[in-house]
Design a protein around this ligand. Structure first.
Ligand SMILES: NC(=O)c1ccc[n+]([C@@H]2O[C@H](COP(=O)([O-])OP(=O)(O)OC[C@H]3O[C@@H](n4cnc5c(N)ncnc54)[C@H](O)[C@@H]3O)[C@@H](O)[C@H]2O)c1
Length: 262
């Protein structure tokens, strides 16, 4: 018996990166998984991989920035699996720089559309199933950038901050219905998004490692295990919280003064 036995989980942006790891951990915890992604090929590959491990996993094409696409995806998952218990709002895009004054409308709208409106659309869609059944758990993937600013990322930071507040509003509204909503704020994680930003020269891995007390980047499976805990009944009294998982990155002074053992 594992903590999510018999549950059905939708994970958005699960074709790769953190979302894929979260899907794997949810599956290992006993849940059936709906692998949602804009990139249907990536979703199919991830679902096939999971199915090969004996897990009930199906791919779904979803654009979280489009409310109709979200509604259709959630309805298809419930039709296929017969129920819905957990939603992990993970899909994301990364625009780093230029400055606020140069951030064009496309970058702003796409970022807010996927990571703020998209989370809202998925929360609202989940509530249609969760509130009547008087159960359900939402895990929103925010970021340390939701409370610790990063120049060059105005839209990203704004969206991630909004996710934290939407998480709290939902918790207050839905706790009486037995529905929980929590957030995770990862620090820097080794994913395709991070590797692309490093390759593009907009992020510096060596600098990040130097100012991270843990001395390493986060491992996607660590976020996955945290998401499983927050989704499970073990976290039944945790609602409206944000758990930071950053190796201590946001707990040191900005000059990065870290005393390391010999
Ligand atoms: N990597 C990090 O260091 C880090 C740190 C903090 C928070 N996060 C957050 O974690 C989440 C996952 O990040 P990642 O590093 O795995 O990114 P990633 O780019 O590796 O994966 C993101 C996935 O989301 C999908 N996606 C993009 N737009 C979509 C849309 N409109 N609808 C559905 N799916 C869509 C992509 O196709 C991709 O599969 C994001 O919300 C990101 O902001 C990442």
């Amino acid at each position: 018996m594992t903590v999510l036995d018999g549950r059905v989980t939708i994970i958005t942006g699960a074709g790769r990166g953190l979302g894929k790891s979260i899907a794997e951990q949810m599956a290992h915890a006993g849940s059936s998984v709906a692998v949602g992604d804009l990139d249907i090929q990536a979703a199919e590959e991830a679902a096939t991989e999971l199915a090969g491990q004996g897990v009930a996993a199906k791919p779904y094409r979803v654009d979280v920035s489009d409310p109709r696409s979200v509604e259709a995806c959630f309805a298809a998952v419930v039709a296929d699996f017969g129920r819905l218990d957990v939603v992990v709002n993970n899909a994301g895009v990364s625009f780093v720089g230029p400055h606020i004054t140069d951030t064009d409308d496309e970058a702003w709208n796409r970022t807010i559309g996927v990571m703020q409106s998209g989370v809202f659309y998925c929360m609202r869609a989940a509530a249609k199933y969760f509130l009547p059944q008087r159960s359900g758990a939402i895990v929103n993937i925010s970021s340390i950038r939701g409370f610790s600013a990063s120049p060059g990322r105005v839209a990203y930071c704004a969206a991630k901050a909004a996710v934290l507040m939407m998480t709290q509003v939902a918790a207050g509204e839905w706790a009486p219905y037995g529905v929980r909503c929590n957030a995770i704020a990862p620090g820097v994680q080794k994913t395709p998004m991070w590797d692309q930003d490093v390759a593009a020269g907009v992020c510096d891995e060596e600098k990040v490692l130097a100012v991270t007390p843990a001395g390493r980047l986060g491992r996607p499976e660590e976020v996955g295990k945290l998401a499983v805990f927050l989704a499970s009944d073990d976290a039944a009294f945790i609602n409206g919280s944000c758990v930071t998982i950053d190796g201590g990155l946001t707990s040191v002074p900005i000059d990065g003064a870290i005393t390391r053992p010999e």
